[in-house]
Design a protein around this ligand. Structure first.
Ligand code: ADP
Ligand code: MG
Length: 243
């Protein structure tokens, strides 16, 4: 069944959302635009949209097989993914397997300190407020999710971690941390939405410890495109080239 792209719903920092003529669905179009530090730093990473779309499609398909419910329906083209339309819960769910990034200064931790079991954190999704750290009490108080939905989100986030740590390990990468977004579909079911890409996670090469993700862009380390392409290549061989 073909699906036709309709009008633009919104343009975000990394993707554009479009209506479709298939009820209950939208298209995510992956751009090459890259932002960091709440869009204070802006740039482009050549072919990032193509690589991220493919990486995200592989990961979502794999997660579905492992029992995680996602919005993924199909890859439509190089840069387009068909997904179920969700009402996004305005909470970014972060899982950390090692300390790096914002938590270092916030809690005075040493870079690379392992979190075992993994640490879960929540941030209020708001560009104006720079995505502040929140607790479960805020989610309940402001009714961003019910207790039952939040319990499900937590469980799904840890399941994503188990599942994708294994995939990354198989391809010589360590999954250091990542951000997830969840939302409600037409039937009020909680599904994993948005994307899983090197824009929203940290991947360190197992042998060298080198970052293979957006930290290369954030910290001007160079080799940004090469890192994204290398992650793509390794996952391509793991997933047998199927997107
Ligand atoms: N299935 C979905 N239905 C509706 N909105 C979604 C879905 N998946 C992701 N989104 C939202 O679409 C936007 C994706 O574009 P992106 O460029 O990542 O935006 P942002 O600048 O907010 O990070 C995000 O706001 C995300 O919450
Ligand atoms: Mg985003």
């Amino acid at each position: 069944m073909t699906v036709n792209r309709g009008s633009q719903i919104r343009e975000g920092k990394a993707k554009i959302l479009y209506q479709t003529d298939r009820p209950g669905t939208i298209i995510q179009y992956f751009k090459d635009d890259a932002t960091a530090f709440n869009a204070l730093k802006k740039g482009q990473i050549k072919d990032k949209g193509i690589l991220n779309n493919a990486i995200s499609c592989w990961m979502f398909k794999h997660l579905e097989k492992s029992g995680v419910k996602t919005h993924f329906l199909e890859r439509l083209s190089d840069r387009e993914m068909l997904v179920k339309k969700l009402e996004i819960i305005p909470v970014e769910v972060v899982i950390r397997n090692r300390a790096t990034g914002s938590i270092l200064k916030r809690l005075g931790l040493a870079k690379g300190r392992p979190f075992q079991p993994p640490l879960i954190e929540y941030f209020y999704k708001s560009d104006e407020l720079s995505d502040p750290l929140i607790g479960e009490t805020h989610i309940a108080y402001f009714k961003w999710a019910t207790d039952e939905q939040l319990a499900f989100v937590r469980a799904q986030a840890f399941k994503v971690n188990d599942c994708l740590c294994r995939v990354c390990d198989e391809v010589g990468l360590e999954l250091i941390d990542f951000k997830l977004e969840f939302g409600l579909d037409e039937k009020d079911e909680v599904l994993l939405g948005d994307e899983f890409t090197p824009d929203g996670c940290r991947l360190w090469d197992k042998k060298t410890g080198e970052p293979m993700d957006k930290d290369r862009f954030r910290q001007d380390l160079g080799g940004v495109e090469e890192a994204y392409r290398e992650v793509y290549r390794r996952l391509e061989s793991f997933f047998g080239q199927k997107t």
